[in-house]
Design a binder for this molecule. Structure first.
Ligand code: PGA
Length: 253
């Protein structure tokens, strides 16, 4: 049985006071969160150390991005290495989010290096993939996502990727209020699982957690999470309100 994971991606939101306030509310709510669900929050990088030090055991902390450099340290201005994140108590790093692809020109070769940096530092990578609206409308969504996944994960062994988490986030559903239907999510998740089965074997495919992301809300989370190949969610907008994020964590329980 795969454990459900609900992760909150705060993106570039919340000034210091607001961030502390939201974090405190989540910490307070964490005692009532279902034991069966893993919870992660990915705040702006500046807050990671403080959150990692003071979060309750229920809430784990993740970075929204990580350097693709394999060096633990060095003259790479502006970069934060996987090893530095790990040393500060950070457990996860989101890699390849569609906003990184769109605004920072990241591609799956570079994202593969970020995954490699995470593997080396024993940081859990949350690898994001997903098609654009145009790709879906031209019926290329399965092909596009298969290519993303196989490129980013090429050259790794199943063992190296044993901690990997995949997040399927159709670009047309991110921050748009348009959610993929539970059926659309399920068919893509099943295809991703079939793809990683071909790449890494049945045992790996059975174990790997695949999250859905894109306008996930308290009102639709239970239905989406109820699908057999959906193992939780990567939540953007709705993670910025303690009540909504808490409701998504408890969806279906
Ligand atoms: P959203 O973002 O929930 O605001 O659509 C999801 C994401 O980008 O991870």
């Amino acid at each position: 049985m795969r454990r459900r994971l609900v992760a909150g991606n705060w993106k570039m939101n919340k000034n210091y006071r607001e961030a502390m306030d939201l974090f405190e509310k989540l910490n307070e709510a964490s005692a009532a969160m279902p034991a069966e669900v893993d919870v992660m929050i990915a705040p702006p990088a500046l807050y990671l150390t403080g959150f990692a030090k003071t979060s309750t055991r229920k809430i784990e902390v993740g970075a929204q991005d990580v350097s693709h450099r394999e060096e633990e340290e060095g003259a790479f201005t502006g970069e934060v290495s996987a090893a530095i994140l790990k040393s500060a108590g950070v457990r996860y790093a989101i890699v390849g989010h569609s906003e990184r692809r769109q605004y920072h020109g990241e591609n799956d070769e570079l994202i593969g290096k970020k995954i490699q940096a995470c593997v080396k530092a024993e940081l859990t990578p949350v690898y994001c993939c997903g098609e654009s609206l145009e790709e879906r409308e031209s019926d290329r969504h399965f092909e596009v996502v298969r290519k993303q996944v196989s490129t980013a994960l090429s050259g790794f062994s199943a063992e190296e990727l044993s901690a990997l988490i995949i997040a399927y986030e159709p670009v047309w559903a991110i921050g748009t209020g348009k959610t993929a239907s539970a059926e659309q999510a399920q068919e893509m998740h099943a295809d991703i699982r079939a793809n990683v089965k071909e790449l890494f074997g049945a045992e790996f495919a059975e174990k790997v957690r695949i999250l859905y992301g894109g306008s996930c809300k308290p009102g639709n989370a239970a239905e989406i999470f109820g699908k057999p190949d959906v193992d939780g969610g990567l939540i953007g907008g709705a993670a910025l309100k303690a009540e909504d994020f808490t409701a998504i964590i408890g969806a279906g329980f």
